[in-house]
Design a protein around this ligand. Sequence first.
Ligand SMILES: [Zn+2]
Length: 266
Amino acid sequence: MTDARVPILMYHSVATEPNEATRALSVSPEAFAEQMAVIADGGLTPVTTAALAACWRTGRSLPPRPVLVTFDDGYEGVHRHALPVLAKHGFPATLFVSTGWLRGPYDTGGGLDTMLDWDQVRELAEAGVEIGGHSHSHPQLDQLDDRRLRSELILCKEIVSDQLGRAPASFAYPYGYSSRRVREAVRETGYAQALAVGNGLARRAQGPYALRRVTVRRSTGTAEFERLVDGRAIGRTFARDRALTKGYAVVRRARQVRRLVTRAGN
Ligand SMILES: [Zn+2]
């Protein structure tokens, strides 16, 4: 099983009426329920991020047809809409929170839509959802100097630890992107594994700090979702992900160039 290919599904918001900022990467509550039914009917076994990584670290065998259900950022719909569906099926999942986006004492006001509060996060944790880190203020981590990079990782870890009484073991890179320096800092902060945004299924050979995920979107129909969790014929989704990643890289490069030009001009 060490060469298993595991679909790690990346969700963001689950909402009936998402706002413009989160719409494309949101799913409707009905679509989410339908997708969890596909997983149940297909005999797939959801596991947490920590459980998958532990199996791959120790060589322990995975359950049959493993799949991961993950949520990024910490939108309120994860509690309101996703939790009842997960509970109905008895499915574990992983939620990666940006601690400075959640409602409550650390709120920096950066959240893109209505976010979870800490009572809701605790309820999710008690219901079997692993709570992982997703930085504090959701920056592009590779663009930060070492001091700010470390503080984003440490603050997130300390706030989750304070609020839940337990340190987060898993991390997801904001924007799905990481550099070697970022991966190293994540490891040194104490996170045992981290997820990227991938264009493919996760494999042990990717290493514990660069496990790939596949994106579930509002436009993902049931047939496409079935192909996605089957790990076959996802060319269309992958091509689009690749295009997005490429587009994003171009934006980043343009920003870097602008910064260099500005700097040179100063
Ligand atoms: Zn995010």
